[in-house]
Each structure stands twice: as structure tokens, then as C-alpha cells.
Design a protein around this ligand. Sequence first.
Ligand code: GLP
Length: 274
Amino acid sequence: MRLIIHRNHEEASQWAAFYIADRINAHVKSGGTPFVLGLPTGSSPLSIYRTLVTLHKEGGLSFANVHTFNMDEYVGLSADHPKSYRRFMMENLFSHIDIKRENIHTLDGMASDQEQECRLYEQAITDAGGIELFLGGMGSDGHIAFNEPGSSLSSRTRSKDLTQETRAANARFFDGDISKVPATALTVGVGTVMDAREVLIIVSGRHKARALHAVVEEGINHMWTLSCLQTHPRAIIVCDEDATDELQVRTARYFKDIEQETLRAYRERAKGQV
Ligand code: GLP
């Protein structure tokens, strides 16, 4: 796992956005298959989405050959409900870029047969060739998507009851009223995220520091579902300094040193190509 620490949320987001843009551009240049991108909602990815939109508007990034799969959706909210994740994605990303509507995949929170909806979602991911890069955030209890503490680390897409902590954290999107936050969601599983060829997680703020410590420094544990990343062959957590508050000083220093080395190696390679 790489842990990339930036001074603040904006710098971490910029790094992540440029990383995603590079991966899409390199993939598209290599020809052929679409780039399959997994996406989250929440406040963590907003700045990344803004930068991706800017890159697109400036002409440096096209989503014409990108297929997306969102992580989750609230049960009981229709696609056009002002608080649905589908609507969030339309407003913050999809309606500003050149993605084809038929290449956008989101779970249907109104599906009458939720099990079938989840099964078909997994099938659609497989049919698309699997997810190349899954971007995600992390809940303050260390959850990924809506895989709350105690979720199976091999879970697939399914419905999950949300914890009070998660509903309270998301109440800010529902006029601060926890009773308006749906109690259930459809979500990709931990296993679904782990199947992605690469996973990139953005984490910001002191309120995430305890979870980041558990995910990075403690063992793999279903109570902190993002700790699953420890066994992923290509996982990156990009974070701000505040989120590292509960890490041991030497852990943060270790990961910073490694990234300095990586940067030096990139520079050397770049010089060699001049
Ligand atoms: C929700 C979402 C997650 C997101 C988390 C953190 O639980 N299902 O995908 O990572 O919130 O949200 P935020 O980025 O707003 O802190």
C-alpha cells in the first residue's frame, strides 16, 4: 500500500485528480478497451471532481471512452431525488463532462427486487471487463462504500443497514436531520472493491485520523473495513496531514521517505527520456 501525505486536502485532491487523469489518458492512448472507473460520493471526492471537470474543459481529458460504476445508493431515493447519489454525481461530475449516459452505472435505490439489482450490478461490472481504478473515500469508522464495521471482507454488492454514526455523519446532506437519512443503502461489497485492479482512496481531516491509524498500522480487521487494502496489490491512500494525526511519527516519516524516493526515480526516468 502507498500512503501519500500532502499538506492539505486541496493538494491531496489535486494529486489524486491528476493521477486519475494520467491513468485514463495512458489507457485510452494504449487503444481499445474502455477505462472502467469506480466512483464514490461524499465530500471527500468533491475537489477531485472539480479538478477533473477543469481538466476536461481545458481539453486535457476526455471521458468518451470511460465507463463508471458508483459505489452505492440510498434505498428509497429515486435517481432524481435531490439527495440521491445519482443526482449528486450528475451535479458534481457527469453533467460537466463528455461521458456517454449509457456508460454511467449507478445502483437503483428504488429497485423492487434489491437482490436482483445487486446481482445485475456485479454482472455489469464483470461484463465491462472489471474495474480498472476504484476511487473511494473512507467513513470516520473506517468503512469503504457502505461496508459498515463487521461487514464481510469478501462481501459483494448487497443492501446494508447503516449505523447511527454513518447516518449522523451524512445528516449534513439532509438539512442536519438524521431522521431524514435513509437507514438502508445498496452498496458494492468489500470484495467488489478488492477486485478492482487498482484502488485509490482519499482521506482528509482529523476526524478520520483514528480510522486511518487502524487501517494503516493495525491488522486487517472487519471492524475497519478499509483495512482490506493491506492485501491489495495496487492500493494508494492519499491524505492530508490532519488525517495522519494518530499515526506514529515514524510511520508518517517512513511513507514520506518512500514517496521522495519514488519522486526521485520519476525525475531520473524523465531526464533519461529528454
Ligand atoms: C458515505 C459514503 C462513502 C464515503 C463516506 C465518507 O458513507 N457511502 O462512500 O466515503 O460517506 O464521506 P465523506 O467523504 O463525506 O467524509
